[in-house]
Design a protein. Structure first.
Lengths: 143, 997
C-alpha cells in the first residue's frame, strides 16, 4: 500500500516535477521516466489509465498538456490513486488559481510543498484542502 | 476575450521575487522543443550555477533561487552534487520559506545514507524544538525522508514528544515520522509504539487518526493476531466515517473521507482473514460502505472495489458475496476500461471463493482478453492464469504464447514464459502437447527460460510417460524428433532450444528408422555451423553426432562421415575449448572400436538408465593391494585428511591472520598419494570387456558432463512426473483425453476438444443466457463463444445448478441496479453535476472552476466587490445552502450525536477517537479556516473580523493567497514573465492551458 513516485511530465516527455519515495539514482530515474512516458503517450484516452512497468504499476491521468503519473506497488487501489491525482490537481488549482503547467514550473517548490502535505512515506495522509494549504499560505504570508 | 484572459494570466504567473534569470531559465526550459535542446540548456545552467553558487555573500533569497535551479538540474536528469552543501546550509536559515526550501532540496537530492545528512541532524533537532509549529512540521517532513536506522535515536525522543503537540498538523507528522522509523527499523520504535499506541491511535483529529491508520496497517500486516481485539473499534470508526460524521472538508466529491475508508477496509481485510468472529462483526458496516458508495464516480467505485477486496478476504458471507458479485458484474459490463480492469481484478478475487461465478462473465472476460489495450489484456491473462485447470489449460496457454510472441520487453516475456511453463507442467493433458508447448515457449523466449526447464523436457522425452508402455514412448520420441527437424528450419533459434534439439536428435534421431544417420548428422552439422559462437551448442552437437555414430557402429553398420562432418570434427579438435577438443577426440576414438565395445560404451537409450556408481571401486582392490605391497602410502579419505591438516595448519593460520611475515620454513612437500589416480590410467591401459563395462559407468557421466543424461540423474522430478503422467491424463473426461491425443497444436484443436467435452455440459444449457445478453451485445461471434466455451466450459461440472444460481445472481444484480438508479434519482441534482464535473470532458464556463467548490468559484469571480460580499454572505450561510448536496444534514447531525454517544457506551474507548462535536461546521472558523480564507481573499479590508488560526500571533490570514486569478491581486503581481516574453500567444500555448478543464 505505497506510492513509489509522483511524476509530472508533459507531452514532450519533459519532466516538470518528480518526487520519489524510494531512492533511485539519477540514471535510474531518467530511464524510468523516459520509458513510462513513452508508454503513456502511446495509449489512447479510451484505454485504461493504468500501465504495468517492470515491478511498478503506474496510474496516470492527463490534464491539458501534462501527465500526472503515480507509481504504486501491487496492493494499491488504482481507482483511488486516480482520484488522488485529481485531488492533487484540484488542490493546486485552488492554490495557484486556474493552475497551468507554467505555474508549476515557476513555483516548483510550492508544488512540492503541496505534495509533501498530501503524501508522506508513500501514503496519502491528507486530502482536506484547507489542511493542505493552510501551512503553505501561512508560510507565504511570512516571507 | 480569450486574449484578455491570457494577458491576465501572464501577469499573474510571474512569481514575486524571482529574478529575471530564473524566469528566463523556466521560459527556455518550457519552450524547449526537444529533449536535446533541454539537455543543452541544463548543461549551460550547470556551468553557470557552479560559478554563481560559490560567490561570496549571495543574498539568501537569491540562494534559494539557485537551489530551486539545482532541483531543476537534477529533475532533468543531471548531477547537481556540487550544490548539495548549499541546500544543507539553507536548512539553517531562519526564514521559514527558505528553510523549507532547503529541506525540500535536501530530501530530493540525498538518500538517507548520504554523508551530508549528518550535518543536518543538528538542525533537525533544533527545529523539532521550535515554537513555530510550521518549523516543526518542516523538520518532521524532512525526518521522514532523511533519517536512517542509525540516526533514529538522535531524533526519536523529540518526535515522541511532538506526538502530544497541541497542533494536529504536528501530531500528524510526528505519527508519520514514527511510521517511517517503524519501516526502517521496527525494533527501535517497538517500545514507543506499544506504549503510545493506545494514546496516539485514538487522536480526536481525523487527519491524525488517518496517519495512525498507516502505522496500524503496517503493524497489523506484520502480526494480525495481536490486534484482533481492536476489530470492533475499527468497525465503529468506519461506520462513523460512512455516516458522514467527519467534517465536510474531509469529503472528496461527496464521498466521506474516502482514503480513510480505504485504509480501514484494508485493515479490516487483514483482521477478518481466517477469523469468523471478527468477520461477523464487519458484515454490517461493509454492507453500509457498499450501499453508500456512489457508483457514478471513480471514488465511489474505488470504495466499492476495496469493499469487494475485503469481502473476499474475510470469512465469507453469502449475502455480501452476492452484492460483491453484482458490483463486479457492473464493473465488467461498464464501458470504462478502468472499471473493466478493476472488474477483472475483483473477479479474480471472487472466483477464489466461488469458481462458478466466472462463467457468468465469460464473454466479458473474452472481450477484455481480445482488447487492444495491453494493460487490460495482461490483467485478463493474469485472471486466466489463476483459473487454469486441466480442462482449459490448452486454450489458456495457447493464448499466453500468442501474447508472448507480441512482446519485446524481456521482463514481461520472462514472466509470461515462466507462467506458461508452470501451467504446462501442472496441467498438461498429454506429453505430446507438453513437448509442443515447451517448444513454442523455447522458440519465442528461449533465452529467458531457466536451463532446468530444458533438462526437464529432455528427461520427459527420455522417460516418456513413466510407465512400461514402450510403444507410446517411442511414438512420443518420434514425434519429438519430427517436430525438432521442422523447427530447425527456422533461422534464429535460442541456444537452449538448440541444445534440446541436438540432444533429442542424438538420442532418438535414428531410432524409428525414418531418418538415416547421415541425414541426422548433416542436420547436426548445420546446427553447429549456424552458431559458430556458441560452444555449448557445439558441444551438444558433437556429442549427438557421437551417439548417432555409435548406434550405427553398434548395429554393425559402417559409418561414412560426410565431408562437412569431418570438417566439423577437425575444427573442434583444434578448438580453444578443451571440452570441445575432448569430445571431438572421443568421437574419433570411437571409430577404432568394434561394435560390441561401442554398444557397451554408448548403449541405445542409455540416458534413461540409472547409473549406479559403486563408490568403493571394488574392481581396483587387486591393484591397490599390489601397490601397497610395493610400499605406496595407504589412502586416507578426504575428510580424515582434512581433519589432520587443519590441526597441523592451525598455527599457520594464526600467522596468516596476523598479517605478519612467516619465519618458519615451509613444510616438506609430500609424495602424491598413489591411490587417487588409478581410474584414468586403468581406462587407457586395460581394454578388457569386463573393465570397460565398469568404465562405461564412469565414462558416461564424464563424457556427457553437462548433458542431461547425467543431469537427469540429479534432478528430483517425482512430483512433476505425476503431473505430466498418466494419472492426471486419466482424470480428464474420456472425450477430452481422446481429443488431446489428436491435438498437436493448441488453439484450434483445443477448441474442438472443449466443444466436444465441455460443450455438451456447459454450452447448451447456457444458451438462454446468451440470448438475454444479446439485448446489449447484438452479435457475439461464434468464434468468441467457442473460446468462451473452451475457457469456461470445463468449469461447469454441475452445469445445471450453477446456471440456476448464476441466473439468480443476475436477477439480483439487475434489481440492485434498479434500486441504485432509483436512489440516484432521488438525490438532488448538484450531486450528479459535481461528480460529472470531475470528468475532464465536462464543459463549463472557462473562467470558473468546473469542479464546483463554491468557495473557489467565488474567489475566482471576485472582480466585483459586491459579488464578493454576496459570496461572503452566501458562504457564512453556506452550511444550510450546501446541505442539499450532501446526504447528511446539520440538523440530524445532532440526533446522530446522541446515537454516537450510545455507541460510545457499547464500544471500546476508541470510539471517542473522532470527536465530531469539535468540528461540526458551526465551530469551523476556529479550526479549519482554509476554505473561509479563500473566500475572503478578495475582500482585503474586512478580513480582520475573521479570526484565523491563532498561531504565533499571525492572525489575519486573509491575504494568505498571494496569487490567484483575481484581477486586483493579478495587477499587484510582477509582470516579469511578460518582460522575458513568456506569452500564451507564443509558440507554446500549452504551458498556459488550465490543467483542470
Amino acid at each position: 500500500m505505497t506510492i513509489r513516485f509522483v511524476l509530472l511530465v508533459n507531452k514532450q516527455g519533459q519532466t516538470r516535477l518528480a518526487q520519489y519515495y524510494e531512492y533511485l539514482t539519477i540514471e535510474e530515474r531518467r530511464a524510468l521516466e523516459g520509458e513510462i512516458v513513452r508508454k503513456c503517450l502511446s495509449r489512447s484516452d479510451s484505454q485504461c489509465s493504468f500501465i504495468e512497468h517492470r515491478n511498478h504499476k503506474v496510474v496516470y491521468r492527463r490534464y491539458a498538456s501534462l501527465f500526472f503519473l503515480v507509481g504504486v506497488d501491487g496492493d494499491e487501489n488504482e481507482l483511488a490513486i486516480l482520484e488522488f491525482i485529481h485531488c492533487l490537481v484540484e488542490t493546486m488549482d485552488r492554490y495557484f488559481g486556474n493552475v497551468c503547467e507554467l505555474d508549476i514550473m515557476f513555483h516548483l517548490e510550492k508544488a512540492h510543498f503541496i505534495l509533501e502535505e498530501m503524501v508522506m512515506n508513500g501514503c496519502v495522509v491528507e486530502i482536506n484542502k484547507s489542511n493542505i494549504l493552510t501551512p503553505i499560505q501561512l508560510m507565504d504570508k511570512n516571507s | 476575450m480569450e486574449q484578455l484572459k491570457n494577458i491576465g494570466r501572464e501577469l499573474a504567473i510571474g512569481s514575486q521575487g524571482s529574478s529575471k534569470e530564473f524566469l528566463e531559465l523556466v521560459k527556455a526550459i518550457g519552450e524547449a522543443k526537444s529533449k536535446a535542446e533541454e539537455e543543452r540548456l541544463v548543461m549551460e545552467e550547470i556551468e553557470m550555477l557552479k560559478k554563481k553558487i560559490v560567490e561570496p555573500d549571495v543574498p539568501r533569497k537569491r540562494m534559494k533561487e539557485y537551489i530551486v535551479r539545482l532541483v531543476y538540474v537534477e529533475m532533468l536528469g543531471h548531477d547537481a552534487s556540487f550544490g548539495y552543501i548549499q541546500a544543507v546550509k539553507m536548512t539553517h536559515d531562519d526564514n521559514l520559506l527558505l528553510k523549507r526550501t532547503g529541506y525540500l532540496a535536501v530530501t530530493l537530492f540525498l538518500n538517507e545514507d548520504h554523508d551530508l545528512i549528518i550535518l543536518i541532524i543538528n538542525t533537525i533537532q533544533k527545529d523539532l524544538r521550535s515554537d513555530n509549529y510550521l518549523v516543526c512540521c518542516a523538520a518532521l517532513t524532512a525526518v521522514c525522508k532523511l533519517i536512517n536506522e542509525e540516526t533514529i535515536p538522535a531524533v526519536l525522543p523529540q518526535v515522541v514528544e511532538l506526538l502530544g503537540h497541541q497542533k494536529e498538523a504536528v501530531r500528524k507528522k510526528a505519527v508519520m515520522a514514527l511510521h517511517r522509523f517503524h519501516q526502517r527499523s521496527p525494533a527501535t520504535v517497538a517500545d514507543v509504539i506499544s506504549k503510545l499506541s493506545m494514546k496516539i491511535m485514538h487522536d480526536v483529529d481525523p487527519s491524525v487518526m488517518s496517519a495512525c491508520l498507516c502505522v496500524l496497517f503496517d503493524l497489523i500486516s506484520a502480526d494480525a493476531n495481536s490486534y484482533r481485539h481492536l476489530t470492533n473499534s475499527y468497525v465503529c470508526i468506519l461506520k462513523q466515517v460512512v455516516e458522514h460524521r467527519l467534517p465536510k472538508q474531509y469529503n472528496y466529491h461527496n464521498a466521506p473521507a474516502p482514503f480513510i475508508q480505504i485504509k480501514l477496509l484494508k485493515i479490516l481485510a487483514l483482521l477478518g482473514t481466517g477469523d469468523k468472529g471478527a468477520s461477523n462483526n464487519m458484515y454490517n458496516v461493509l454492507g453500509d460502505v457498499l450501499k453508500k458508495a456512489e457508483p457514478s464516480g471513480n471514488i465511489g467505485n474505488a470504495l466499492i472495489y476495496e469493499c469487494i477486496s475485503t469481502i473476499t478476504a474475510i470469512h465469507p458471507n453469502s449475502k455480501l458475496l452476492e452484492s460483491a458479485a453484482a458490483q463486479t458484474s457492473r464493473f465488467l459490463k461498464s464501458e470504462s476500461h478502468n472499471l473493466k480492469y478493476m472488474g477483472i481484478d475483483a473477479l479474480g478475487r471472487i472466483i477464489k471463493i466461488n469458481p462458478d461465478f466466472a462463467e457468468e462473465h465469460q464473454l466479458a472476460v473474452i472481450d477484455c482478453l481480445e482488447d487492444p489495450d495491453d494493460t487490460l489484456k495482461r490483467k485478463t491473462l493474469e485472471l486466466l492464469y489463476k483459473m487454469t485447470k486441466s480442462s482449459n489449460v490448452e486454450v489458456i496457454v495457447d493464448r499466453m504464447i500468442c501474447y508472448m510472441k507480441t512482446l519485446t520487453d524481456s521482463h514481461y516475456k520472462t514472466d509470461i514464459a515462466s507462467r506458461c511453463i508452470e501451467l504446462a507442467e501442472r496441467f498438461a493433458p498429454s506429453n505430446q502437447w507438453f513437448i509442443q508447448t515447451m517448444n513454442q515457449v523455447f522458440e519465442h523466449a528461449g533465452d529467458l527460460v531457466p536451463p532446468k526447464v530444458a533438462h526437464d523436457l529432455m528427461r520427459l522425452i527420455a522417460e516418456g510417460a513413466g510407465e512400461e508402455d514402450e510403444d507410446a514412448d517411442s511414438e512420443l520420441r518420434s514425434s519429438a524428433v519430427e517436430s525438432y527437424l521442422q523447427i530447425l528450419v527456422e533461422p534464429k533459434l535460442p541456444s537452449l532450444l538448440l541444445q534440446v534439439i541436438c540432444w533429442v536428435l542424438g538420442e532418438y534421431g535414428t531410432a524409428d528408422g525414418t531418418h538415416s544417420a547421415a541425414y541426422i548428422i548433416e542436420r547436426l552439422c548445420d546446427v553447429a555451423e549456424a552458431h559458430p559462437g556458441d560452444d555449448v551448442v557445439k558441444g551438444y552437437a558433437i556429442s549427438a553426432i557421437t551417439k548417432v555414430c555409435s548406434f550405427e557402429i553398434a548395429a554393425g553398420k559402417k559409418v561414412h562421415l560426410i565431408p562437412e562432418c569431418q570438417a566439423f570434427i577437425d575444427e573442434l579438435s583444434a578448438s580453444h575449448s578443451t571440452d570441445l577438443q575432448q569430445r571431438a577426440y572421443e568421437l574419433q576414438a570411437l571409430f577404432a572400436f568394434d561394435s560390441s565395445v561401442v554398444g557397451a560404451v554408448l548403449p541405445f537409450d542409455g540416458s534413461a538408465d540409472d547409473i549406479e556408481v559403486d563408490q568403493s571401486l571394488p574392481f581396483l582392490n587387486h591393484y591397490v593391494k599390489s601397490m601397497l605391497s610395493k610400499g605406496a602410502k595407504p589412502y586416507i579419505p578426504a575428510n580424515e585428511r582434512q581433519a589432520a591438516t587443519t590441526l597441523a595448519s592451525q598455527h599457520v593460520e594464526s600467522y596468516v591472520s596476523s598479517h605478519s611475515l612467516r619465519f618458519d620454513p615451509y613444510e616438506k612437500p609430500q609424495m602424491p598419494i598413489m591411490a587417487l589416480t588409478p581410474v584414468t590410467t586403468l581406462q587407457s591401459d586395460d581394454q578388457s570387456i569386463d573393465i570397460s563395462q565398469k568404465a562405461t559407468q564412469v565414462f558416461q557421466p564424464s563424457f556427457d558432463a553437462d548433458t542431461p543424461s547425467s543431469e537427469a540423474t540429479r534432478l528430483r522430478l517425482e512430483g512433476v512426473q505425476r503431473k505430466w503422467g498418466r494419472p492426471s491424463y486419466n482424470n480428464n473426461s474420456a472425450s477430452s483425453s481422446a481429443g488431446a491425443e489428436r491435438s498437436t497444436n493448441g488453439a484450434s484443436n483445443g477448441l474442438d476438444i472443449e466443444k466436444a467435452s465441455g460443450g455438451k455440459q456447459g454450452i447448451v444449457p447456457q444458451e438462454p443466457k446468451y440470448v438475454s445478453d444479446r439485448n446489449k451485445q447484438p452479435e457475439i461471434s461464434a468464434e468468441k463463444q467457442k473460446l468462451a466455451a473452451s475457457l469456461f466450459g470445463g468449469v461447469t461440472s454441475k452445469a445445471d445448478s450453477s446456471v440456476r444460481s448464476s441466473g439468480r445472481s443476475q436477477k439480483q444484480a439487475s434489481t440492485n441496479r434498479h434500486v441504485g438508479t432509483a436512489k440516484r434519482m432521488q438525490t438532488v441534482d448538484p450531486v450528479d453535476s459535481r461528480a460529472q464535473a470531475s470528468l475532464p470532458a465536462a464543459t463549463a464556463p472557462p473562467d470558473l472552476l468546473d469542479f464546483g467548490e463554491e468557495e473557489v468559484a467565488i474567489a475566482a469571480s471576485s472582480k466585483d466587490p459586491m459579488k464578493d460580499l454576496e459570496g461572503l454572505f452566501d458562504n457564512t450561510g453556506s452550511v444550510p445552502s450546501s446541505q442539499p448536496t450532501a446526504p447528511v444534514t446539520n440538523l440530524p447531525n445532532i440526533d446522530l450525536m446522541s446515537l454516537y454517544d450510545s455507541d460510545l457506551g457499547l464500544g471500546s474507548g476508541l470510539v471517542s477517537s473522532i470527536r465530531v462535536p469539535d468540528m461540526i461546521p458551526e465551530n469551523l472558523p476556529n479550526n479549519d479556516s482554509g476554505d473561509r480564507l479563500t473566500v475572503l481573499d478578495g475582500l482585503v479590508t474586512t478580513s480582520g473580523a475573521v479570526a484565523g488560526p491563532k498561531v504565533q500571533g499571525e492572525t489575519s490570514a486573509s491575504s494568505a493567497i498571494k496569487k490567484g486569478p483575481s484581477l486586483e491581486s493579478s495587477l499587484e503581481k510582477h509582470a516579469r514573465s511578460r518582460q522575458v516574453g513568456v506569452t500564451p500567444t507564443g509558440p507554446h500555448p500549452d504551458l498556459f492551458k488550465d490543467l483542470l478543464k
